[in-house]
Design a protein around this ligand. Structure first.
Ligand code: UD1
Length: 429
């Protein structure tokens, strides 16, 4: 089993370039199912989740070519014949369920495995299904799959399979917002999504779809409207930079940087993350050309109270990574996790490295310690794994991070980028 071995204590210095956003690339790849002809995506990160989504698309019948050396992915979905996303792939990567909206929109039917729970929470898809139902899709759940089909009354006379609807999300779920936007693109009439998620990656998806010919307004607000089109045409599109990778390198810079310049880092896309860091005393600067610079802080950093929330709130994906920083700031910090109910599984691993993190329901009480010490630890999920790597960078001695398949799902060249900044980290298999 591959693992990262990190010798702590090195200072980071220099520049690092952020890769394309995982959570945008995966959705745009799914959306390309609806686009006639070729979609050419640039700045696609070479990560395991992208390879899994490419596998899903190929299995459906799309032609997929990944020039991974240049991060360019070409997709032609003209010959898709299958409407099924199988359990083996959905289990491997939950975002596979994002093919449901596009397949339903284009063909009026889809069979997709129900993902089930994962290491950070139960992660239901009820909001996705409720949206599809309001657009006229009937659903049957059988043998672990949900089978959705546009009701014949709608589809009979029209090329368009679903009908527009007003959908009020009970929670601004990203996945539900994305799946419903995509389902609405080739539907009959207007769909309005109220209480929609506002993450910049959703804007990226909507911008790609608009470039393909979709009629979407309200992008970036909590009320998004989509007027159904007759067809979409593939286009060339560049994936936005990854804001969670940006946040990860920001915290690495704060933990052990002399001066770290993070390129392709968009401050606004991070919501309140960067302002929050400023508040606790981090020396962070936003340069106009999408570069964020971290320099050594002048005084001692202050503990913090943080609540995770949908964008522009504090991102849940950066919660484990932030905990590593708070674990070495003198005083008591509290993090409240509001998005996923089970996102503190890494705490015990971090405590094995000498941190003092106590979990009480969906709160983490973090008492700052003087130092962390290297230990063998295991990634419990993608961001938790990255957090443990960062802990290893500042820990005394050697840290061995196991189960790194979680990390490889979402970070392109993570160890190489850290090594280029001066970290002592190697991957062994
Ligand atoms: C996406 C991101 C993930 C991030 C999360 C929150 C991708 C591939 N993943 O996940 O990295 O941590 O947003 O920012 O983009 N929920 C329901 N019913 C539903 C849908 C969601 O109850 O139908 C709940 C979930 O269980 C969870 C919360 O809503 O508690 C947020 O989920 P959602 O915003 O949908 O996250 P994902 O899109 O799955």
């Amino acid at each position: 089993m591959a693992k990262f071995i990190i010798k702590g204590g090195n200072k980071l210095n220099g520049k690092v370039k952020i890769s394309g956003a995982k959570n945008s690339a995966l959705k745009i790849m799914a959306a390309s199912i609806m686009a006639g002809g070729k979609t050419i995506l640039k700045n696609v990160p070479v990560i395991d989740d992208v390879l899994t989504m490419a596998e899903v698309l190929s299995l459906l019948g799309a032609e997929v070519n990944f020039d991974s050396a240049n991060n360019i992915l070409e997709i032609n979905s003209d010959n898709i014949k299958s409407f099924e996303a199988p359990y083996e792939l959905v289990r491997k990567m939950r975002a596979s369920i994002l093919v449901a909206g596009p397949l339903l929109s284009r063909f009026g039917e889809v069979k997709v495995a129900i993902p089930g729970g994962c290491n950070i929470g139960s992660r239901q898809i009820d909001l996705h299904l409720k949206g599809f139902e309001l657009m006229g899709a009937e659903n049957v759940i059988e043998h672990g799959y949900v089978y959705l089909k546009a009701s014949p009354g709608i589809a009979r006379s029209s090329k368009k399979k679903l009908k527009g609807a007003e959908i009020n999300l009970e929670f601004p779920s990203r996945g539900a917002t994305e799946n419903i936007i995509m389902a609405a693109c080739l539907s009959n009439g207007k769909t309005v999504i109220n209480n929609a998620a506002k993450e910049p990656e959703i804007n990226d998806l909507a911008n790609y779809l608009s470039k393909c010919g979709a009629k979407i307004t309200g992008i970036g607000t909590d009320s998004i409207s989509i007027e159904g089109s007759d067809e979409l045409k593939g286009c060339e599109y560049e994936i936005m930079p990854d804001s969670i990778e940006t946040g990860t390198f920001i915290i690495a810079g704060v933990l052990c940087g002399k001066k770290v310049e993070i390129e392709d880092a968009v401050w606004e896309n991070m919501g309140i993350f960067c302002p929050k860091l400023k508040e606790i005393g981090v020396n962070i600067e936003n340069k106009e050309d999408n570069t964020i610079i971290i320099k050594k802080s002048k005084g001692t950093l202050k503990p913090a109270y943080i609540s995770t929330l949908p964008y522009p709130g504090f991102p849940t994906d950066l919660q484990p990574i932030m905990t590593v920083l708070l674990s070495i700031i003198p005083g008591i910090s509290i993090i409240t996790e509001n998005v996923f109910e089970n996102r503190f599984m890494y705490a015990d691993e971090l405590n094995r490295m000498g941190a003092n993190v106590k979990i009480d329901g969906h709160h983490a009480v973090i008492t700052g310690v003087n130092k962390l010490s290297g230990a063998p630890v295991s990634s419990t999920d993608l961001r938790a794994g990255a957090a443990l790597v960062l802990a290893g960078l500042i820990a005394e001695g050697t840290t061995e991070v196991n189960e790194i398949h979680h990390i490889l799902r979402g970070y392109e060249n993570f160890d190489k980028k850290l090594r280029n900044l001066g970290a002592d980290i190697i991957k062994v298999s």
